[in-house]
Design a protein around this ligand. Structure first.
Ligand SMILES: [Mg+2]
Length: 454
């Protein structure tokens, strides 16, 4: 006769379980614990946690926000975001490599998908998965996501504010002033060469500003300085990719305005060109918003001291773990880090958690100052999200935010809100994936419809 399993549980094993529960109590607060803080979640068992699904939606904005959810077998889920102006498919094609795996094995899961991460928007899938796994792990362990990657170095993150250009210098200056009135303390100007294209003699035959044209561009910097004051950090971007020689001319022309940095003067892959530019000017030089990974992209810029500061976007660079690795490596080599960001509040808060742990950082970008509903996309944190030019680091589990479903649904780029994704159940991309059995003569000379008989 079979003895019921529960009668086999001895008093000693009950004591062992009680001791384990006491030791690992915080681990058991994944789902119920979120609904009623402090209540142990006896349904959650981190060792048995499995990824079951990945779904997405896309928010229409100045740069669209592809947002993903990774689901598990224990109700807890994680939010992540693909790089702004990317597409959710770059994350969803990774689903088949993750389903069935324990989401708490964050680095093992990321190693599994790293070969599919590319540069630019193609780093967005890997980055979204990193964010969602940290959201899940933080919720399961009952800790903020930052604490999973390092000790907190700061309670709030300084935000810098991009300003789109206008050919009228006065209107441009008014835009800058408005940002100061919002409370920002760090600014960036989009200084397109095209701002001065209508002025006689401003553009040379190679499409770059002539010395005369650079004088006109500097009128915008002068107006920005007058609007914001001499002490306000002002960066400048969007010159168009220049030749190294033109980049040096631009950077030298900007020297009197003591910019925080001049951004992306040439293609980021040309670290030798950056090295030449940096050594020829006192204007700080920065690049990096389209680079994924330390080994895949940032290392030559850092090892060769080719720039004054790097500019990773956590939605391309590798989100929490890899962006921190990049920035801390840069800091160890005397190179500073500013963070590029133009996505939704989901990716923004993931970046905030990462930035909280950095050894050193200048400021993090926000590109949604003119989008009043941007911060309504999420709930769970204090509003306004940006206060006096800073974002406070959340102390709630995971990323600390949930989607405000009603608002997100009002701003979808295309129909569908985290709809099922069976089309991604099979591997779409794979490094090595033998398909299984096939008809052939085996090692014993027998015909079979079988797999390798090793
Ligand atoms: Mg830029």
């Amino acid at each position: 006769m079979r003895i019921p399993q529960k009668q086999l549980v001895s008093r000693r094993s009950l004591l062992r379980r009680a001791a384990a529960t006491a030791m690992f109590g915080p681990l058991f607060q994944a789902t119920k614990g979120l609904a009623s803080p402090g209540a142990p979640n006896l349904r959650s068992a981190p060792g048995n946690l499995k990824i079951t699904d990945m779904r997405a939606c896309r928010v229409a904005a100045n740069y669209d926000y592809p947002i993903i959810k990774i689901y598990t077998n224990q109700d807890v889920y994680g939010l992540g975001e693909v790089r702004d102006a990317g597409v959710e498919g770059i994350a969803l094609i990774l689903k088949s490599h993750l389903v069935g795996k324990n989401p708490l094995q964050i680095e093992a899961n990321l190693r599994r998908i790293r070969e599919f991460a590319g540069q630019g928007r193609m780093g967005g899938g890997y980055s979204a998965v990193d964010m969602a796994l940290h959201d899940i792990a933080g919720k399961v362990y009952g800790v903020p996501a930052y604490s999973l990657v390092g000790p907190k170095q700061r309670d709030r993150i300084r935000i810098y504010c991009d300003t789109t250009g206008h050919k009228d210098v006065k209107i441009y200056a008014e835009r800058m002033l408005k940002r100061k009135q919002f409370g920002f303390t760090f600014f960036k100007m989009d200084l397109y060469t095209s701002l001065v294209e209508d002025r006689p003699g401003a553009i040379g035959p190679d499409g770059a500003a002539t010395d005369k044209g650079l004088g006109y561009l500097c009128e915008y910097l002068q107006a920005g300085r007058e609007a914001l004051g001499t002490d306000a950090p002002i960066a400048a971007d969007h010159f168009g990719h220049l030749s190294v020689k033109n980049a040096i001319r631009y950077a030298r022309a900007f020297e009197p305005y003591q910019l925080a940095w001049a951004e992306d003067l040439i293609d980021w892959r040309d670290w030798r060109g950056y090295q030449q530019i940096r050594s020829a000017t006192t204007t700080p030089i920065l690049t990096g918003e389209d680079i994924f990974g330390l080994d895949e992209g940032f290392r030559p810029l850092i090892d060769n001291h080719a720039v004054d500061a790097i500019h990773p976007d956590p939605e391309t660079a590798g989100a929490l773990i890899e962006t921190k690795r990049i920035a801390d490596y840069a800091a160890q080599n005397g190179i500073r880090t500013a963070i590029h960001f133009a996505g939704s509040p989901v990716g923004c808060m993931a970046a905030v958690h990462m930035a909280a742990t950095l050894q050193e950082m200048l400021a993090m970008e926000n590109h949604a100052v003119d989008i009043p509903w941007w911060q309504d996309l999420i709930k769970g944190i204090e509003k306004p999200i940006i206060k006096d030019g800073y974002i406070r680091v959340p102390e709630t589990p995971g990323l600390g935010v949930e989607l405000n479903d009603d608002v997100v649904k009002q701003h979808l780029r295309r129909p569908g809100y985290f709809e099922p994704t069976p089309m991604y159940d099979d591997m779409i991309i794979s490094g090595y994936s033998p398909g299984g059995k096939w008809p052939h003569v085996d090692a014993n000379g027998k015909w079979c419809d079988c797999d390798w008989d090793l």
